[in-house]
Write a protein that binds this ligand. Structure first.
Ligand SMILES: C[S@@+](CC[C@H](N)C(=O)[O-])C[C@H]1O[C@@H](n2cnc3c(N)ncnc32)[C@H](O)[C@@H]1O
Length: 299
């Protein structure tokens, strides 16, 4: 028998709705599970604990730092876990590289981890300092500073309106464009501070940062690409579980599941999205906006 999967670790990121995730995935000990957003491995560690020989977690993350942390957290043999620095939208290439055709279960836990939010130099949090980056994959593309620089005022306002549901989108976009420098988190905070009332300004900061992060990483496009193909990589009776934190993401998941269900390919297990219990919300702020949808491929 191989070395048994991960023992407990000192994770500071708390996985959201872990009991519900495990229950909807209905783990088979010798099953193959794809964790498309493995992050620090909070969900994966619990999946691994249920696996025996023949079982495996294939983990993907766009963030190399997150994968390094995951490796430290999930010290387990490569026969149980293999990690890929990639986007979950490329699951076809990853399955091919693994010599796999289908999985027993696929999990996506979208958004960003507490570790990324708390990281000083990544630009994800309005509470931090440093450059305006916000890329999940720092080896690719350009960050939020460049996006702000290249986008016109109207497109910026559109990003804030659509992805941040920000009422003062146009005013904020104008203020940003009027700044002489826009390279750091402090510059962005200052532009927002100049044109918004102090009441609940933290929420305005959070909405603008979320909107920019979604735009910088093309998060909705990527989710759509995944939703268009994941079904081919689930075996009959295989389960899909997706946790989203943004209404646009949840809508995409809902529509995709409905379409597949109306084609008779998928059975939806969550008529309405599942939300975290009051107790979990109290212990984990990230759980507050989480919506979980699950489905099973028709056998
Ligand atoms: C909420 S965290 C996942 C946390 C993980 N489920 C846990 O409990 O430890 C989301 C992760 O998805 C990653 N991510 C975001 N977009 C991605 C993409 N397109 N492909 C792969 N990973 C992505 C982020 O870098 C982040 O580490």
């Amino acid at each position: 028998m191989n070395q048994h999967p991960a023992q407990d670790s000192g994770l500071t990121h708390i996985p959201v709705m872990i009991t519900e995730v495990l229950s909807y995935l209905a783990i088979q000990p010798d099953g193959i599970y794809l964790d498309g957003t493995i992050g620090p491995g909070g969900h994966a560690i619990s999946v691994l604990k249920e696996l025996t020989d023949g079982g495996k977690v294939v983990g993907i993350d766009r963030d190399e730092e997150a994968l390094d942390i995951c490796k430290q957290n999930l010290k387990t043999s490569s026969s149980f876990l293999s990690l890929h620095h990639n986007s979950y939208a490329n699951l076809d290439n990853i399955f091919a590289a693994e010599g796999l055709s289908t999985a027993h279960g696929i999990l996506l836990d979208l958004g960003l981890s507490s570790l990324q939010l708390g990281s000083k130099n990544r630009g994800f949090s309005y509470r931090s300092e440093g450059p305006l980056d916000m890329r999940f994959d720092q080896s690719n593309g350009s960050g939020a500073g460049k996006l702000i620089d290249q986008a016109g005022r109207d497109s910026l306002a559109q990003i804030f309106k659509e992805y941040g549901e920000e009422r003062l989108a146009s005013r904020i976009a104008k203020s940003i464009k009027e700044m002489t420098a826009m390279n750091t988190i402090a510059d962005l905070r200052e532009a927002i501070r100049r044109c918004t009332p102090p009441n609940h300004r933290d929420r305005t900061f959070a909405r603008i940062f979320q909107a920019l992060r979604i735009a910088v990483n093309g998060e909705l496009d990527i989710l759509q690409q995944f939703l268009a193909k994941f079904i081919d990589f689930l075996r009959p009776s295989g389960r899909i579980v997706i946790i989203s934190y943004h209404s646009l993401e949840d809508r995409l998941v809902k529509h995709s599941f409905k379409e597949l269900a109306s084609g008779g390919i998928l059975d939806i297990l969550t008529k309405r999205p599942i939300t975290a219990t009051e107790k979990e919300r109290k212990n984990n702020r990230r759980a507050g906006s989480a919506k979980l949808r699950a489905a099973v491929k028709v056998a």
